[in-house]
Design a binder for this molecule. Structure first.
Ligand code: TMP
Length: 221
């Protein structure tokens, strides 16, 4: 079976970044703003977003840091992604909905490719197999120094469901590598990606996110 995605009428926006960068908050704000412009907007996330992918998510985000080797872990992320695409994302885009997704494949490149040191080529090959030519229309990478992000993530952890802290428990070198990975991704694909300084307050970051969506995707509002 081909990995090709169907023709999309809607738009696919992804929010990326390390731990504690504020993606979920910005996702809510961006989706609310887009809805005010009259669009149908779906908020979803990875790993997860479809019933099958949410089951796989539980395998990935809980338990010991060394639970999977890098290849197994990457295959699990792509298995979850393929289900999410086939069941939720592609059908929604086909009917003209806009999607704001909290993480997508750039997280696999940053976390597994750079953080777990699996390498760009392996992650790219698995992307071709599982996803094909489909790409987000716009990817906003919320960037924060590692120490600041981890401090924010730890502060909010009481509220996090089900001990979903497997990646937060990885060592500092892992988090520094994945941040560099996100910087490299943006540098390699400046037409699709934009780095956004997430150090300011929520309001200021939301304004930058809206400006980027207006400018890059021609949303009036
Ligand atoms: P979340 O906390 O943003 O919901 O994401 C769950 C964790 O999964 C987060 O620490 C980043 C990690 N992750 C990967 O390592 N690779 C991936 O492809 C994705 C989507 C997430």
């Amino acid at each position: 079976m081909s990995a090709e995605s169907p023709q999309a009428l809607g738009r696919f926006i992804t929010l990326e970044g390390g731990e504690g960068a504020g993606k979920s908050t910005q996702q809510r704000r961006l989706a609310a703003w887009l809805r005010e412009t009259g669009l149908e907007v779906i908020e979803t996330r990875e790993p997860g977003g479809s019933p099958g992918a949410e089951e796989i998510r539980a395998l990935l985000v809980t338990g010991a840091t060394g639970r999977w080797d890098a290849v197994t872990e990457t295959l699990l992320h792509f298995a979850a992604r393929r289900d999410h695409l086939a069941k939720i994302i592609w059908p929604a885009l086909q009917r003209g909905a806009w999607i704001v997704c909290d993480r997508f494949a750039d997280s696999t490149m940053a976390y597994q490719g750079y953080g777990q040191e699996l390498g760009r080529e392996t992650v790219a090959a698995l992307y071709d197999l599982a996803v094909g030519d489909f790409r987000p229309d716009l990817t906003l990478v919320l960037d924060l120094p590692v120490a600041e992000g981890l401090a924010r993530a730890n502060a909010r952890n009481g509220a996090k469901a089900g001990g979903e802290d497997r990646y937060e428990k990885m060592d500092l070198g892992f988090h520094e590598r994945l941040r560099q990975g996100f910087h490299d991704i943006v540098a390699r694909e400046p037409g699709r990606c934009l780095l956004i300084d997430a150090a300011g307050d929520e309001e200021a970051v939301a304004a930058k996110v809206q400006a980027a969506v207006r400018e890059r995707l021609g949303v009036a509002g």
